[in-house]
Design a protein around this ligand. Sequence first.
Ligand code: BES
Ligand code: MN
Ligand code: ZN
Length: 505
Amino acid sequence: MEIQVLTGNISTLSVGAALAELYEGQDPLEGVLVAWDQALGGAISRLRAKGEIKGKPRELTLIHTLGRLRPERVLLVGLGKREELTPNRIRDAAAEALRYARRLESETVATTILGAGVAGIKHEQAAQALAEGAILGLYTFRRHQARGENSQDLEKLTLVDPRRKNRAELGQGVTTGRILAEAANQARDMVNEPANYMTPTILAQEAQKVAQAYGLECQILNREQMEAVGMGALLGVAQGSRQPPQFIILRYRGDHKSSRLLALVGKGITFDSGGISIKPADGMGEMKGDMAGGAAVISAMGAIAQLKPELNITGLVPATENLPGGNAYKPGDVLKSMSGKTIEVISTDAEGRLILADALCYAHMKEKATLVVDAATLTGACQVALGNICSGAFTNNQSLVDKVLRAGQETGERAWQLPMFTEYKEQNKSDVADIKNTGGRYAGAITAAQFLAEFAQDTPWVHLDIAGTARAEKDSGATVKGATGVPVLTFVNLALALAQEEEEA
Ligand code: BES
Ligand code: MN
Ligand code: ZN
């Protein structure tokens, strides 16, 4: 889809649909709506007077212009109360409106700059939110269907503003929004891809493609190299699969004067059968998405390389399948992690924390990370606790988690912090090794995080459990059914914010 910025009058464009905003409240019609109302014989004012148009968030009103205006249809987009408007709301409204336009099979759509100048939202922010809403909201995954490319996709979206002086700002907003949303969609593609098309090797190739495209350093450790650094936990999980494990490293260096380094770590289980502790058959196919954290890291690194924050960042993705088989690791096995700590395997289905243990060690031991944020579809318990509304956040450093939570809030990827009281650690005590890989029935998301904390050690670290948020059951705003791309936007926004605070210091 092409996104264009145009200086001019939206009413003069021959498009399938033209979008304009409406707010809740009794204020008189404004801007382009005055002209549309007149041309349509007062239809908009009458619908408002009758209460059919309220301007509530998510309200969409379609009016056919039947030759009275150049656009074939106008689509009035409710944005709610003016003072409550946020870029998130603009993004979601744009996504809903454009999906509606797509259902009408209109191939070209024009829109005013929804929300610009309202509640302190700048033209650039509004344009960014519009571009994000368009690209995220119209996402489809049809690679494996015969219909393929040829169903009615929106061809062109034109952002129209009457003032020439806003043009550069609008263009900048669209560019930023496009980079962010396309990164999230790229992660969605990887997560939606079935596991036979997204093996650890293919995931590593995706990372290499991103590195090539945007100028990142890419290094992939193979099994021998993992053995050499002592990644016994990752290698234990990988034992049952015919697919070779891959340890993916992407490096972005945006600040050569600083030793500050952010490591983004993502769980890369390309299929989680549970291993010998095998999962029930029902819904097992969803476990093709158990590399959502890893996909988010790879895509976020690509967006970071394009947006160029002044900060050093390394992306790390331990990638393997988790399968049963004659050589698979077993309950009762003891694994030796890269840190030297030994781990008793209680369940081979608690594999995510094992591969992350070695990745977290690698982050501080080899990459010298000073800040670490990981994302993982780690526990069903987190999904039970928080549902699909927000991710779980866990930390050993309150100031870092505050930044992560803010970065998520601003991008519409919410997270909620759960406690890390030391008492929870007791559930991970083993009789035969230094730690065990499950903590029993209660507080499963927290005991998993406490396990990871042992391997993050003293480095400021945040863990995001995205088991509930990596997939959506239905379309809603900028989210579409299937993979969500969470937490790509959080990662990128966090990187930008950390670079900004360094500059201010
Ligand atoms: N990948 C799963 C967690 C998961 C569950 C992600 C549902 C997305 C949706 C993880 O590897 C797992 O199997 N966790 C176990 C841990 C248990 C054995 C301690 C779980 O949550 O049941
Ligand atoms: Mn598992
Ligand atoms: Zn898993």
